[in-house]
Design a protein around this ligand. Structure first.
Ligand SMILES: Cc1ncc(COP(=O)(O)O)c(C=O)c1O
Length: 390
């Protein structure tokens, strides 16, 4: 593991005068602080010292039940034994790497993909390859044939991905779902990581791969679905989960035992108490209304101030817009100039597996208030216009 030069640069974003589009941070003004205070009190009073005691590695049974129920589909109910509570979705990814990835194993990812999944699995010896693109290779049967040997893992962020904000189309989901084969010796494990699915501002949600593979393969489905309360309640409690078939979960439970014994019982009970008090329902429109308007503010500002030769995604949800500049431009060089102008973003090469994407970068639109979004994009537009085009 190495410290990233970009992360060192981005430490500057802590300066109060900096307009940062870099972190994937929720809007803190929406954290339900009073409700958290009241729920904490209720948990301490009703659950007593048990919430300060060591607990089961799998997590608090009632919270596992809630997750199982929320992911059940007609005809395929999930049980708590198919749910492991983790310390954020990030721990689920870390455990998945420890259990399933050995030196030299092929891991298929979108390119670009979630940076911290790459960072979690690289030390396990993962060899990353891009998921074959059916628009280039529509012959589904070549999916596996293209690889030197079968992939150990396939990793997808299906909705409003980090970093691009794009979602898998219905067509792509169908093609990918056809590639999923049931669990067996040497089979490929699929990881569907969906922290942003609930942050949808337009359109309707397509079925997940977890649902599709579950409907087809039942208990033998090889899909692990990773989720989190970070984006729909608060990230600071660090409560996430992974669901999937029991043999895979058993191995993850053993890895979690070695990692941290279990996640905080108090935080799990607190999340459960907030859910029981209806916070997911009351918070949801607050998040989506605020983020939709911030996304629109950013898209308007981009259209007004960025040059016509820059392109960017127009996400239906999530937290990110992804900008592509002409080939030859370098967003890491641009970052240094942008920081000098008091604006930060994350250069795109970081999210790529093959040293490509130097002409791309990621912008977060959920954290900064609208006037700072407008001002930051204006300054960034000036920096880009001044830069030589390759
Ligand atoms: C794609 C993706 N997966 C996982 C995570 C980690 O989430 P958590 O806060 O639950 O650890 C993030 C956080 O930004 C993310 O973008």
């Amino acid at each position: 593991m190495k410290r990233s030069a970009i992360r060192e640069l981005l430490k500057l974003t802590n300066r109060p005068d900096m307009i940062s589009f870099a972190g994937g941070l929720p809007a803190p003004e929406l954290f339900p602080m009073e409700a958290i205070r009241e729920a904490s009190d209720a948990v301490l009073r009703h659950q007593g010292p048990a919430v300060m005691q060591y607990g089961p590695t799998e997590g608090v049974a009632e919270l596992r039940d809630w997750v199982a129920q929320s992911l059940s589909i007609p005809g395929r109910p999930l049980g708590r034994e198919q749910v492991l509570i983790t310390s954020g979705a990030q721990q689920a990814l870390d455990l998945i790497g420890r259990v399933f990835v050995d030196e030299g194993d092929t891991v298929l990812v979108e390119n670009p993909t979630y940076l911290a999944a790459l960072s979690a699995w690289r030390p396990c010896g993962a060899r990353f390859e891009a998921i074959p693109d059916e628009s280039v290779d529509p012959d589904a049967s070549r999916f596996r044939g293209q690889l030197e040997r079968p992939a150990k893992l396939v990793y997808l962020v299906p909705n409003f991905s980090n970093p691009t904000g794009n979602s898998l189309s219905e067509e792509r989901r169908l093609i990918l779902a056809r590639q999923i084969t049931p669990l067996g010796e040497g089979s490929t494990v699929w990881v569907e990581d969906d922290p942003y699915g609930a942050l949808r501002y337009d359109g309707v949600a397509p079925a997940s791969l977890f649902q599709r593979a579950g409907a087809r393969w039942g208990e033998s489905s090889p899909v692990l679905r990773v989720g989190t309360f970070s984006k729909v309640l608060v990230p600071g409690l660090r409560v996430g989960w992974v669901t999937g078939p029991e043999p895979l979960l058993d191995a993850l439970v053993r890895a979690k035992q070695a990692a941290d014994l279990h996640s905080s019982p108090f935080n799990q009970w607190l999340v459960l108490e907030l859910i029981r008090r209806g916070l997911l329902e009351t918070q949801h429109p607050r998040w989506t209304d605020l983020y939709r308007s911030r996304r629109d503010t950013m898209l308007e500002a981009l259209a007004e101030t960025f040059p016509s030769w820059a392109h960017w995604t127009k996400p239906d949800g999530g937290m990110f817009v992804w900008v592509t500049l002409p080939q030859g431009m370098n967003s890491t060089t641009l970052l240094e100039e942008a920081l000098a102008q008091g604006v930060a973003f994350v250069p795109g090469a970081e999210f790529h597996i093959d040293d490509s994407g130097h002409n791309t970068f990621r912008l977060n639109f959920t954290h900064a208030p609208p006037q700072r979004i407008r001002e930051g994009i204006r300054r960034l537009g000036e920096v880009i216009c001044r830069s030589p085009r390759g």
